[in-house]
Design a protein around this ligand. Structure first.
Ligand code: BTN
Length: 262
């Protein structure tokens, strides 16, 4: 294991009590996975100023100019009751939305399952990976310009600084994010899921709407989303039949148009 350039100690309960900061890393998720082999490392956060082999979902690469982003991975050993991809993704996504509201005063939304958006632009991606520990990887665009995204072939991406028209301190943003992650993790381990679930549902913004739900086995269901909960999604088809899906079964969930109250 290569050693960190800096170690920060934060007064947190679970997440980021210790932060290992690297000027450069291949992938913070790899560093976190290596640490996760030892259960005593649960909660450690790995932060990098740049990555040479950042990973995104579905084997894609995750690119960000040096110093432009929060590139963060957290080693997790969650208690069995909360050890579910859907819950951990919601925890990360809601915490990122809270950070965005706190930092730039904007209401972000969650795009199923792993993206955080505002102004219809993706500002953050989440990658949850499981090995001997669970690793939650977060790539948050902070200071990229329109030109940066164009050069990277990402015309639909956005960054926090674009909204406020000034650069932001990425380490400050990372600290605020770690505080939100810690606060919400503490609620989860205490079994308080209701606030997280309702923030997740609200920020998804699709309950009560006509949706397409594509499952990982390739089936596409169309219906009105009657319920959107950690315990399951309920779709009502046009013939009034009901489809029940666990969040973990659903690869994509897209809103078609408003057909009733949320
Ligand atoms: C996505 O494809 O939307 C998920 C992107 C996740 C990127 C982050 S950056 C920090 C961490 N380290 C990685 O290699 N990937 C994640």
């Amino acid at each position: 294991m290569i050693s960190a350039d800096e170690i920060w100690e934060l007064p947190h309960c679970h997440i980021g009590r210790q932060v290992h900061y690297f000027k450069s890393a291949r992938s913070t998720n790899d560093l976190a996975a290596a640490l996760g082999a030892d259960r005593r490392h649960a909660g450690i956060a790995i932060l990098a100023n740049q990555q040479s082999a950042g990973r995104g979902q579905y084997g894609r690469s995750w690119q960000a100019p040096a110093g432009s982003s929060v590139l963060l991975s957290i080693v997790l050993q969650p208690p069995i009751e909360i050890c579910r991809p859907a819950l951990l993704t919601a925890w990360a996504a809601v915490s990122i939305c809270e950070l965005i509201l706190q930092t730039i005063g904007r209401d972000a939304r969650i795009k199923w399952p792993n993206d955080v958006m505002f102004d219809d632009r993706k500002v953050c991606g989440i990658l949850i990976e499981q090995g001997s520990a669970i690793v939650a990887g977060i790539g948050l665009n902070v200071n990229q310009t329109v030109a940066d995204f164009q050069a990277a072939g990402l015309p639909l991406a956005g960054s926090l600084s674009q909204a406020v028209e000034r650069p932001l301190d990425t380490n400050e943003v990372a600290r605020t994010l770690l505080a939100a992650l810690d606060r919400n993790y503490e609620s989860m381990v205490n079994g308080e899921l209701a606030a997280l679930e309702s923030a997740w549902r609200r920020r998804l913004g699709i309950c009560g709407f006509e949706v397409l739900a594509e499952t990982f086995d390739g089936i596409v269901h169309r219906g009105k989303l009657r319920e959107c909960a950690f315990a399951g999604l309920v779709l009502e088809r046009s013939d009034a039949s009901i489809v029940r899906l666990m969040p973990e079964q659903v690869r994509a969930l897209t809103r078609l148009g408003r057909v009733g109250a949320a």
